[in-house]
Design a protein around this ligand. Structure first.
Ligand SMILES: Cc1cc2nc3c(=O)[nH]c(=O)nc-3n(C[C@H](O)[C@H](O)[C@H](O)COP(=O)(O)OP(=O)(O)OC[C@H]3O[C@@H](n4cnc5c(N)ncnc54)[C@H](O)[C@@H]3O)c2cc1C
Length: 409
């Protein structure tokens, strides 16, 4: 089966080689540092490409080239939970954001609508448009900020602290709309994720924990960039962006696990929200064919960066078996044709999480004639429903109770 052309994003892929082997090697190299070293150095931004203080695992985790369970397990095989708590807590932030948005999908839709409104305003407002372009092209004259804008477009990665400073300067110093900043990130981050990105920008803006904003300060930037940057003229106050109250969480639909779903001959559809499920299902006797979906190419809006597309395509090119089928986007007719060819009675896939892929899958489910069974990992099934309130009660339940052990069973 021929592979669609893959765009090149060389510098980003030099830093983050798009293979499961590279993800596993990065994990193995990081594990010895996941205890006190991480706790001490994780807030320091040593420059582009991740590493040194932090793991640089985010692109691998975002597309589940490595699953959260296997990363946490590898770390806890080498350290006690107490020693590695800071690191596990960060992985659990990701889980919290995923669960929070999964139970409030309207927040993603509201973000897309806000972004489109802000883009329309930009078209009508030349002064705002100039400020916006200066920001994304790295020519504001603000030390650090301009470098991060360029690093983001070139490498597709920024340290967490740089993301926080950048978002804060964007909103409170440059007075640019937060949704356009979130869009800029999603368009360039290799690990761009509807949940982590949207909700982090909302958090900086004071929309997520309502009224509580994040203000970037010169001394903090100077200290945690080891003196590389000392920007002048930053906003001294950060007034929360106004927005509606957070919606109440909805109940997540019941889902089976992949192995529970595989009770009859099936086509398994693997997609970029969970690539590593492949290693669990590829030898299952009920999996008669594997179809890899690279994304939702051509759909509008498709907030995924060229870096991210190259990364995902690279992983799939490397990993797919010779008989597997690779498609640029989910195509019901083609999947049905594969199912007929191999005598499958259903398609099975991991339910994509809130974002463009989940929207594309909604239409797939109605096509028939073969049923589409959506599955969920025990990890998500156990932890996502706990994201009903803020992160700290969530973290307490996950790290102090039995939930994490249950989730990783
Ligand atoms: C404005 C803003 C936008 C962001 N957008 C994204 C995004 O689109 N995708 C994304 O994966 N992360 C996002 N983050 C979170 C965080 O910055 C990155 O996950 C982290 O920098 C990745 O680097 P690392 O793998 O070296 O992290 P490490 O510190 O080594 O952490 C290990 C893993 O934990 C998770 N993690 C760490 N910190 C966070 C966090 N604050 N929130 C959620 N998960 C976290 C990531 O999966 C990460 O790979 C954003 C943060 C901010 C402030």
């Amino acid at each position: 089966m021929s592979m669609p052309d893959k765009p090149k994003s060389t510098l980003a892929l030099d830093h983050f080689p798009p293979t499961r082997e590279a993800g596993l090697a990065r994990l193995a190299a990081f594990v010895p540092h996941a205890g006190s070293h991480y706790a001490k150095h994780r807030n320091t931004d040593f420059g582009p490409g991740g590493g040194v203080g932090v793991s640089g695992l985010s692109p691998y985790l975002r597309y589940r080239v490595l699953s959260e369970s296997e990363v946490i397990r590898a770390v806890l095989d080498a350290h006690s939970l107490r020693q590695a708590e800071k690191f596990v807590q960060e992985v659990v932030w990701r889980t919290y954001f995923k669960g929070w948005l999964e139970m409030r999908p309207q927040v993603w839709q509201a973000y897309l609508a806000q972004r489109d409104d802000d883009q329309a305003t930009l078209a009508d407002n030349p002064k705002l448009r100039e400020r916006y372009h200066a920001a994304i092209e790295g020519r504001t004259g603000i030390e650090g900020f301009d470098d991060w804008a360029r690093d983001l477009t070139r490498v597709g990665y920024l340290h967490n602290h740089a993301r926080m400073w950048f978002a804060s300067i964007w909103i409170f110093t440059l007075k640019l709309p937060w949704a356009l900043g979130a869009d800029f990130f999603l368009n360039h981050l290799l690990d761009g994720d509807p949940a982590s990105n949207t909700l982090s920008w909302r958090w900086v803006a004071g929309l997520q924990t309502q009224g509580k904003t994040y203000l970037a300060r010169r001394d903090n930037i100077e200290r945690f960039t080891q003196g590389r940057f000392s920007p002048q003229g930053l906003a001294q106050t950060a007034e929360a962006v106004e927005g509606p109250a957070n919606p109440s969480p909805s109940t997540l639909p019941n889902r089976v696990t992949a192995s529970e779903a595989l009770t009859e001959p099936s086509v398994f559809v693997v997609h970029p929200d969970d690539l590593s499920i492949y290693s669990e299902i590829k030898n299952h006797p009920m999996v008669k064919a594997v179809v890899w979906v690279q994304g939702v190419a051509g759909a509008h809006p498709w907030p995924q960066s060229a870096h991210a597309r190259s990364f995902v395509h690279g992983v799939i090119d490397d990993w797919a078996g010779l008989d597997d089928v690779v498609m640029a986007e989910p195509d019901a007719d083609k999947i049905n044709a594969v199912a007929d060819l191999v005598g499958a009675r259903q398609w099975v896939s991991m339910a994509p999480s809130v974002g463009p892929l989940a929207d594309a899958f909604k239409t797939l489910a109605d096509v028939g004639p073969k049923p589409l069974v959506l599955a969920r990992r025990t990890y998500d099934h156990t932890l996502w429903p706990l994201a009903t309130k803020g992160f700290f009660p969530f973290k307490k339940r996950v790290l102090e109770g039995d939930s994490l052990i249950e989730a990783m069973a």
